[in-house]
Structure formats: C-alpha cells, structure tokens
Write a protein that binds this ligand. Structure first.
Ligand code: NAD
Length: 350
C-alpha cells in the first residue's frame, strides 16, 4: 500500500514521508523553498540507519539547494529526496518506480535528479512514472561531469586568489571520495598537472585512480593529515569539523561534497587557520546549472557550449566571495550565505 504523510517543519514548505509497503519503499521528499521556481534536487539512495538520520540529511540538503540555486542565479527552488535502502538491493527498480509515483503526485513542485547512490539509468526508471525528472539521457544527461568541471573551475579561482596564478602544475591535491564527481575531478586535475593523493572507503576506485592518474593511495582517515596545497572533499557531508580543521595541512578546501562544514562556525575556524574555503554550494553548482537546462528549455536540444560557459561563471562568483571575505574580514561561508539569502529575500518581497 502506498502511503503519503506530509508535514510542515520550520521554514520548509512541505516534507513528504513516502511509504509503499509492496515496493518496500521508505523515502522522504523535502521541499524547502519554491520562491524562485520549482524545487530541483537529486535523490539520494543510502542505507541510513534510521528515519531520523535520513530526515536530518534531507532537510540539510534541501536547504542547501535553495541557496545553491539562488547563488547561481537560476529560476529554481530548493528540494531534495532520500530513499532509505541498501544501494545493492534487488528491489531497486521497484523502489524507483514507487518513488517516481510520489514525485508525480507533487505535480512539478519538486523535480528530481541523480545524487549519491542513484544514476542516469535510475532516473530513466523514475521517468516511467513522472515527467518531473531532470538529468536524463535525452536531456542534459548525467550532472556529475559538470559538477566536477565547476569544482575544477572553482579550484583554479581559489589558487589564483591565494597565489596570483592559476597553474596547477605540480600542485598537491588530496581528494576524498572517488565517485562520479571525485573521479572526474581527478582526471581534470591530472590533465592540468596536479599531483594527486586519493582516498575512498572502497578499494577499487583507489586502485583505478592510481593506475590512471598515478595517484598516491591514502587510508580514509589519513586524508586529513596529507600535507598538500588543497583538500577536495568529494564524499559525504561533515568532512570539516573542529577535529579535522586542526589536522588539515593545506591552504585551500575546495570540493564537491554538500554540507562540508559540520557547523557553520567551522568556516571561521578554517579562516582562523588561514585556510581559504570555497563554500560548498557555490563551487558544486555545476551539475545543477547544467540540469537547469531541462527545466528552462524543455523543448530545445541541449546546448553543451552554452551550459559549459554558464558553469565557468562559478570561478568569478567565487572570486567575488573571496575578495569580499578578505575586505570584510569575514569567513567565506558567511559571505556566501548573506549573498544567497539576500537574493531570496529580494524575490520573496517582490
Ligand atoms: N553528482 C553530482 O552532480 C553532485 C552535485 C553536487 C554535489 N554533489 C555532492 O558531491 C559528493 C559526491 O557525489 P557523487 O555523485 O560523486 O557521489 P558517489 O556516490 O558517486 O561518490 C561518493 C564516493 O565517496 C565515497 N565515500 C563515502 N564515504 C567516504 C569516506 N568517509 N571517505 C572516503 N570516501 C568516501 C564512496 O565510496 C563513493 O565512491 C556528494 O556529497 C554529493 O552530494 C554531487
């Protein structure tokens, strides 16, 4: 039986608890804010130990999507979904079909896409039940190479801000997480001449990065102790905490992971140690910018050159944030939040 409970919490417009006992589906869709447009955000499939942890994650992620879209100047709101399941489950297609039906019931207020644990193939299954799916093969496709390219562009901007030039030849970069984004980022960094130190909780991607890019393998917890120019968190959230800020031996933190700071105050702690932080939802917006094509131009063929140029704007956006943070002696995450929230308030008042 498919059941649908909806709840209103804090500043969220709608939180939907989805349960389909036949399909074995347990999912949550969080619509944070649709002032700027429909809430677009990926669907994470993850074996959360309980509903509370899934709930906290989807709330944090959806809030971040509102700021990400506002900062990137997109006509989109913030939302996100999580399916509580083991990614290796045999029931995966049934879960995705069930999830698609719930997305459809929201009538386009929430548009889904790939995220951690889901793929372009999964979105084709979801699309059998609803048209409110982006990042499909027939449209803008897998967002992760575009996210990686945006992070790469942002890394160049950060290096330029710190060193005056943006050459990455010989730069030491520690990459945490070698999934869809992390591996693409490694390729771009390797092609630009960087020396890579990589980790993952799975052994296979580390071996692949070592073979393809000559990357040095590092144990998962030791990645925070690598003496490098830059740390790129590309796994799950919370990589930056009071403990890891103390341990980092880098000049820059710039990666794709959402919710990198365990607490907003970790941004100030990074700044206090002289580490330049590229705010997560600014530097990782490339995938969202790219999938926005499907929403804003549903009837036109995808224009890769135009979207690449739009993703490249992440560099100048970050440079503005870095300059303002320096001038105002404030952490970069506070500046980013102030800019994104001001855009949202302006739109809400209009
Ligand atoms: N895919 C996108 O377009 C996109 C867009 C914006 C933000 N992000 C964010 O970037 C991050 C990576 O996304 P992805 O699509 O590459 O996901 P993915 O699931 O393809 O890859 C994540 C990788 O991180 C590894 N990992 C998990 N925990 C780890 C740990 N503690 N230490 C080291 N490795 C660990 C996993 O084994 C996996 O290889 C996520 O936080 C995601 O929300 C992704």
């Amino acid at each position: 039986m498919a059941q649908y409970r909806t709840k209103h919490v804090d500043d969220f417009e709608q939180i939907v608890f989805c349960e389909d006992t036949e399909a074995g589906l347990e999912a949550i869709i969080a619509i944070h804010d649709t002032t700027l447009g429909p809430a677009l955000g990926g669907c994470r499939l993850w074996p959360y130990p309980n509903e509370r942890e899934a709930f906290d994650d989807v709330m944090r992620l959806a809030r971040g999507m509102t700021r990400k879209a506002a900062m990137a100047g997109l006509p989109l709101g913030g939302g996100k979904a999580v399916i509580i399941a083991d990614p290796k489950t045999a029931a995966r297609p049934a879960l995705l079909v069930g999830f698609g039906r719930f997305v459809d019931r929201l009538g386009g207020r929430y548009i889904t896409a790939e995220d951690v644990g889901t793929s372009t193939e999964d979105m084709e299954i979801v699309a059998c039940e609803t048209r409110h799916v982006s990042g499909r093969r027939t449209g803008s496709g897998d967002p992760s190479p575009h996210t990686a390219y945006g992070v790469f562009t942002g890394i160049r901007a950060a290096v330029r801000h710190c060193l005056g030039g943006d050459s990455l030849i010989g730069a030491k970069v520690a990459v945490q997480g070698l999934g869809h984004v992390g591996m693409n980022l490694c390729r771009l960094l390797h092609d630009a001449g960087a020396d890579l130190f990589v980790t993952d909780i799975a052994a296979a991607p580390i071996a692949r990065a070592a073979e393809k890019f000559g990357a040095h393998a590092v144990a998962p917890d030791a990645i925070y102790d690598v003496a490098a120019d830059l740390f790129a968190p590309c796994a799950l959230g919370g990589a930056i905490s009071a403990d890891t800020v103390r341990r980092l031996k880098v000049g820059i933190v710039a990666g794709s992971a959402n919710n990198q700071l365990s607490e907003p105050s970790d941004g100030a702690a990074l700044a206090g140690r002289g580490i330049l932080y590229a705010p997560d939802y600014v530097i990782n917006a490339g995938g969202l910018i790219n999938v926005s094509w499907d929403v804003t131009n549903p009837d036109l063929p995808y224009d890769s050159n135009l979207m690449r140029a739009r993703v490249e704007r992440i560099g100048p956006t970050l440079t503005d944030i870095f300059n303002r943070a320096k001038a105002e002696r404030r952490p970069t995450n506070e500046i980013a939040d102030a800019v994104a929230d001001a855009r949202l308030s302006h739109a809400q008042a209009a």
